[in-house]
Write a protein that binds this ligand. Structure first.
Ligand SMILES: [Ca+2]
Length: 203
């Protein structure tokens, strides 16, 4: 286990003791896409040859299906300008100040999978976009941990964000389910699109 993993494991243990159960329910393999994900290389143009799979409706072309939205977050016209998911894609997610968007559970490996997405800051000079991962430690007990922060700009690919999910495996073999939560900080409005996860250690 790496030093980073050990640090996070300590944080998880502390957080778990304080966390209240947020959602109950058993995650099934079929619901979380553990089996034979369709992989692609959407960040190859940015010298990232890792293979990623999309988060369920991570391109928002199916509206808000699969996402839990709060505070006025909504799907709007206009795609990330890079169009890595397809030239005809035409929608993205608007995150006004005070809003949040949480993905459907996605199946990942236990050894540092990677999250990447596209983002644009629409307003808020000092605003950043907070990205968190929610991990199910045991039945009904979810904890939320930071994954990264985006600082803004025009449509751009996020930096690769390591997701430390080396927790109790619920889904064999050595897979677990996580959700990703996006929320603007300090009053700005953001858009996100084309949310992918590298479910394995391929880099
Ligand atoms: Ca889209």
């Amino acid at each position: 286990m790496t030093r980073t993993a050990l640090t996070f494991a300590g944080a998880i243990a502390t957080t778990a003791a304080l966390a209240a159960p947020a959602h109950a329910g058993v995650l099934t393999k079929s619901a979380t896409g553990c089996d034979d994900p369709v992989l692609s290389q959407p960040f190859k143009a940015w010298l990232d040859n890792s293979s990623y799979k999309p988060v369920q409706n991570g391109n928002f072309e199916a509206g808000d299906a699969g996402w839990t939205l709060t505070g006025g977050a909504k799907v709007v016209d206009g795609n990330a300008s890079q169009h890595v998911g397809g030239a005809a894609d035409s929608r993205s997610l608007l995150l006004p100040a005070g809003s949040s968007a949480t993905s459907a559970p996605v199946c990942v490996g236990l050894n540092e999978p990677t999250l990447r997405y596209f983002a644009r800051k629409n307003s808020g000079l000092l605003s950043t976009l907070l990205v968190q991962v929610q991990v199910q430690l045991e039945l009904g007990v979810w904890v939320t941990l930071p994954v990264g922060v985006d600082l803004g700009g025009a449509w751009h690919p996020s930096l690769p964000s390591l997701v430390v999910a080396n927790l109790l495996p619920l889904l064999p073999p050595d897979m677990t389910a996580v959700r990703f939560k996006f929320s603007p900080l300090l009053g700005g409005a953001w858009q996100i699109d084309d949310v992918y996860v590298d479910p394995r250690v391929s880099h």
